[in-house]
Ligand binder design. Structure first.
Ligand SMILES: [Zn+2]
Length: 62
């Protein structure tokens, strides 16, 4: 699993994105940025920052 939070890229926001792939997370982040941060398109520098900040997290154990 991979995880990104808005805080990871310097935004004062506690929203967390969790997904299996970077693309999955970027899709969630783009939708969130549009609705919550008034950012309809993620600029390429922010996109790169997001990708660099995505962390691998342990799979949830069921
Ligand atoms: Zn946010």
């Amino acid at each position: 699993m991979k995880q990104l939070t808005c805080k990871d890229i310097g935004v004062d926001c506690d929203v967390k994105f969790v997904g299996e792939t970077v693309e999955d997370i970027m899709a969630q982040a783009a939708a969130h940025a549009a609705s919550e941060h008034n950012l309809p398109a993620i600029p390429s520098n922010i996109d790169q920052k997001c990708r660099a900040a995505i962390k691998d997290i342990p799979e949830p154990s069921e």
